[in-house]
Design a protein around this ligand. Structure first.
Ligand code: PSV
Ligand code: MN
Ligand code: MN
Length: 388
């Protein structure tokens, strides 16, 4: 197995973007639970996100969702973030909560609806210029509920045309990442249901368009690390939305349901160069904390990613390749599993402390008094965009 010291340069550059919506109240369609201290403004969400970075050194940027995080002055919002030790990251568009989008947005049959959705993305790109964001992330709720409801092939053409119009607006340094999801809110067909469709659509656009892989957006049993390997091989893996799920799009803490899956994904990311210094792959959380405390929930999440990354980096690639070459099936599997079963927490704590970070970020936050402070100061926190 590789030594811990040999993997710290890779760990050093690990960055996991936090979603602003993770800090708002959320729940399910049955109930949204309030929490004391919930942010009331985008600024307060950013301040909370900055706590995660302060205690872990892992989360230097915060993703915004428009219009949930709409402000008058985005440059000022960026300065606010910088003053808190973080920066603004991905801009997420939103074409799923307005009445006009009942039958879709970028893939809709109605040209006026498509135009409206394209204009919204133009506005997002304008915001990206002000926030200094590189990535525009598009997730669409588009789809149908009944066979025959709409022409599913024509909708692909509509989507392609809409994406061309958006892509044309991107600046040289900007990128578009197209996220896929196999179902929900549409149940019969979804217009971007899988990595293949996303790949086909972004490939038609050009180099600045890539696929976003949300770990919660697959059918149970899907081999996600294979998708990772394939997209990296094709040079089209742009970003991750990390979360975990038991049943559907649960948006639970990444690594909570199946740490081994997270390990396997990170092993394939590393194998494909996705953690190299010049890698185009961006890592983000896409989670909601319905019943647990939000800031510690995010701290736990980035630590889970760090722990499984460290374990995946420990895989002795030479020994693995040799065993694979020699057709030593169980030997190869043992090399892989040895790394997975290594508890890296003590080494990570020590390494963290050596870099001036808390050895135990969960404990450091719990004893910082921050949570008590916001609970006393903030009344009437906002609901995150996701109620389901
Ligand atoms: C809806 O499934 C979703 O959870 C997608 O994963 C998006 O990334 C997220 O909402 C925010 O728009
Ligand atoms: Mn997502
Ligand atoms: Mn989702």
């Amino acid at each position: 197995m590789n030594s811990f010291t040999s993997i710290t340069p890779m760990l050093e550059r690990q960055a996991i973007e936090l979603p602003s919506w993770a800090f708002g109240n959320s729940g399910t369609r049955f109930r949204v639970f309030g929490t004391p201290g919930t942010p009331r403004t985008p600024q307060e969400k950013i301040a909370d996100a900055a706590q995660v970075h302060k205690h872990t050194g892992l989360a230097p940027t915060v993703a915004l969702h428009i219009p949930w995080d709409k402000v008058d002055d985005y440059a000022a919002l960026r300065s606010f973030a910088n003053e808190h030790g973080v920066d603004l990251g991905t801009i997420n568009s939103n074409t799923f909560q307005d009445e006009e989008y009942k039958f879709g947005s970028l893939a809709a049959s109605d040209p006026a609806v498509r135009r409206r959705a394209i204009d919204h993305h133009r506005e997002c790109i304008e915001i990206m210029h002000q926030t200094g964001s590189r990535d525009l992330k598009i997730w669409l709720a588009d789809g149908t509920n009944y066979p025959g409801q709409d022409d599913i092939r024509r909708r692909q053409d509509n989507l392609a045309d809409s994406l061309v119009a958006i892509y044309a607006e991107l600046g040289d340094e900007q990128r578009l990442v197209l996220e896929y999801k196999f179902f929900e809110p549409a149940f019969y067909h979804t217009d971007v249901p899988d990595w293949g469709t996303s790949y086909v659509q972004v490939s038609a656009l050009g180099e600045k368009a890539l696929v976003c892989l949300d770990t919660g957006h697959h059918a149970p049993g899907t081999n996600i690390e294979f998708i990772v390997a394939q997209l990296l091989r094709l040079g089209k893996l742009g970003s991750f939305d990390f979360n975990s799920r038991f049943y559907a799009d649960d948006d639970l803490i990444v690594g909570a349901a199946d740490p081994f899956q997270l390990f396997r994904i990170m092993a394939e990311v590393i194998r494909g160069g996705g953690m190299d210094a010049d890698s185009p792959v961006a890592f983000m959380l896409d989670q909601c904390h319905n019943v647990e405390a939000k800031i510690p929930g995010q701290i736990r999440s980035v630590l889970n990613v760090q722990e499984m990354t460290a374990r995946a980096l420990l895989i002795d690639r030479d020994a693995l390749e040799l065993a694979q070459f020699e057709k030593d099936v169980l030997g190869a599997n043992a090399v892989y599993m040895d790394a997975f079963y290594t508890d890296v927490r003590p080494a990570l704590s020590e390494w963290r402390a050596s870099r001036g970070l808390p050895a135990d970020p969960m404990e450091a936050f719990a004893t910082s008094g921050y949570q008590e402070g916001i609970a006393a100061q903030r009344v009437g926190g906002t609901q995150a965009g996701w109620g389901a």
